[in-house]
Design a protein around this ligand. Structure first.
Ligand SMILES: Cc1ncc(COP(=O)(O)OP(=O)(O)O)c(N)n1
Ligand SMILES: Cc1nc(C(=O)O)sc1CCOP(=O)(O)O
Ligand SMILES: [Mg+2]
Length: 355
């Protein structure tokens, strides 16, 4: 092995052992101080010491001499969500992934220097898989469902004239009280929808809101949105779920009580119920009116958002039918002061009932 290759190998082993030990410590802190779990804390501490002892077989002075943090190009490479964690569950999940990846790196490059090191790290890696899974399963489910249950105002927006205007509008809507925002724009290209969705997903995490992509589970996945909303003619819920997995939200449009019942059976996380009234955004042959909302309110346990032509002039008909969640477009888009319209809608909706 050339001097240059050997130095690079020690640099990798140094960085990866630091990353692995940091990840193990991050997991250990939750097991110790949040879960008060003596057994899990002890196991994570034991793995951390095994890794440290195994890496201790390497010449520390050589590792330190190979370290060059100021020259590390990786420190400048970031992704938007790298500095964001939407929940403690995501902190622990990131630490578990980082630890496993780093142990694998130490194991593989360590094989070129010390086989005993590699086999000790392999044992530590398998132990980490087990304890990390138990730790992640001990955590409260990601709070996406909790935030959905607490949501009452859902606003649908288009891609806007450019990313800057879109970002400003999205942030303003969340800050004025919008709980859920959906990007719905038939005229935008996939590339534009993806870029806008990635931006909105990040802003949603920063503001504590939820961001949903209309129709397209692929774009929702690629942008790390909180979920997708599909209609009766788009991907079935089950197929959207296969793409997004169990932790993302899938909303389904419903226009009858049978469709609402099917939505529950199909595993949707929430439903849109409409079109209730004629509106300015989308036209229909028929409107379900408040009667459908009464049926849903009486029977369906999922969060149900009334949609279609809803604004402050007819909101009382919606809440009077027992639905305290609405999804609107025109009522905010066409308002003289969108922030004030949001605030007034939220005031009139109050805290959502449990369904
Ligand atoms: C919250 C919510 N409810 C209903 C719809 C309508 O979805 P869909 O029937 O797929 O029609 P389009 O929005 O795709 O035209 C929605 N988007 N959001
Ligand atoms: C996109 C959409 N879907 C509906 C449904 O009933 O499925 S109603 C609707 C339009 C919502 O916009 P506005 O609040 O401006 O009427
Ligand atoms: Mg649709």
């Amino acid at each position: 092995m050339t001097e240059k290759t050997l130095r690079a190998t020690y640099r990798i082993l140094d960085a990866s052992s630091n990353r692995a030990l940091e990840g193990l410590r991050t997991m250990e802190e939750w097991a110790r101080f949040a879960n008060d779990d003596h057994e899990m804390s002890a196991e994570l501490k034991s793995i951390r010491h095994c890794v440290a002892n195994a890496v201790g077989r390497l010449p520390r002075s050589t590792m330190l001499a190979a370290r060059d943090t100021p020259g590390d190009v990786g420190t400048e490479i970031t992704v938007p969500t790298e500095m964001m964690r939407s929940s403690v569950a995501s902190v622990v999940a990131a630490a578990a992934a980082r630890t496993a990846q780093s142990l694998r790196v130490i194991e593989e490059y360590g094989k070129t220097i010390d086989g005993q090191l590699a086999s000790e790290i392999e044992r530590a890696r398998y132990r980490t898989y087990t304890v990390a899974a138990l730790l992640e399963l001990s955590l409260p489910a990601d709070d996406r469902q909790r935030r959905l249950a607490a949501s009452s105002l859902y606003v649908l927006v288009d891609a806007g004239v450019d990313e800057a205007a879109f970002s400003e509008s999205v942030r303003g809507l969340y800050q004025s009280g919008v709980d859920v925002l959906q990007l719905r724009d038939r005229s935008a290209s996939d590339r534009t929808l993806l870029q806008r969705s990635a931006v909105a997903a990040l802003i949603a995490r920063q503001c504590g809101g939820l961001f949903i992509v209309n129709d397209r589970a692929d774009l929702a996945f690629a942008s790390d949105a909180d979920g997708v909303h599909v209609g009766q003619e788009e991907l079935p819920v089950a197929d959207a779920r296969r793409i997004l997995g169990p932790d993302k939200l899938i909303g389904l449009s419903t226009h009858s009580i049978d469709q609402a019942r099917d939505a529950v059976a199909d595993g949707a996380d929430y439903i849109g119920c409409g079109p209730v009234f004629a509106g300015r955004t989308k036209t229909f042959d028929r409107y379900v009116g408040p009667a459908f909302l009464q049926q849903v309110s009486a029977e369906i346990e999922l969060p149900a958002f009334a949609i279609g032509g809803i604004d402050l002039t007819n909101l009382d008909q919606v809440t009077g039918a027992g639905i305290h969640r609405v999804a609107v477009t025109g009522a905010v888009r066409d308002a003289d002061d969108p922030a004030e319209a949001v605030a007034e809608l939220k005031r009139r909706l109050g805290k959502p009932v449990t369904k």
